[in-house]
Design a protein around this ligand. Structure first.
Ligand code: SF4
Ligand code: SF4
Ligand code: SF4
Length: 150
């Protein structure tokens, strides 16, 4: 239980970061991972880098990991899993309140958001967690801020 709580409240570090304790031990706060990010989602908060999906998505280009010379973003190889986070849709999602919307589905590069038809209302958005990469591309476009990447 305590582990879950910690994980939920830890800042979202750049991809390929180890657990929070190991990351903080390795990161020297040099900031080298920040300017290399092509989508500008790596920001510095209290001295350490975090990902801010409100600014855009991760393309998994690997530039942040390549820029880190201190072993804080260890990307073992091109196939290494960047992270375990996934998109989640909250109850304020518009179709759940009877309003048609498919903006997040249109934004997802891997078509991980499905819209299931239902009687008496617009199709409801659902994340296919098996195909979601946690890239965050769906978060910023949502007009009601209903998406969390956790
Ligand atoms: S992998 Fe690329 S897009 Fe993703 S956070 Fe790192 S530099 Fe930015
Ligand atoms: S963009 Fe937001 S409101 Fe629209 S379907 Fe997706 S989660 Fe729901
Ligand atoms: S986080 Fe990325 S892969 Fe997952 S549903 Fe959103 S846009 Fe699609």
């Amino acid at each position: 239980m305590r582990g879950d709580f910690k994980a939920r409240h830890s800042p979202q570090r750049p991809p390929w970061a180890p657990d929070e304790e190991a990351f903080l031990a390795a990161c020297t706060r040099c900031g080298d991972c920040v300017p290399v990010c092509p989508t500008r989602i790596v920001v510095v908060v209290r001295g350490y880098p975090e990902v801010d999906f409100k600014r855009g998505e991760c393309t998994f280009c690997g530039a942040c990991a390549a820029a880190c010379k201190d072993g804080a973003l260890p990307r073992a190889n091109a196939q290494a899993r960047p992270w375990n986070i996934k998109a989640r849709i909250a109850d304020n999602c518009l179709p759940r309140r009877g309003v048609e919307c498919r903006i997040c589905g249109d934004s997802c590069p891997v078509s991980a958001i499905r819209f299931s038809p239902r009687l008496g209302g617009p199709p409801v958005a659902e994340v296919d967690t098996a195909s979601c990469t946690g890239c965050g591309a769906c978060l910023a476009p949502c007009p009601v801020n209903a998406i969390r990447i956790t």
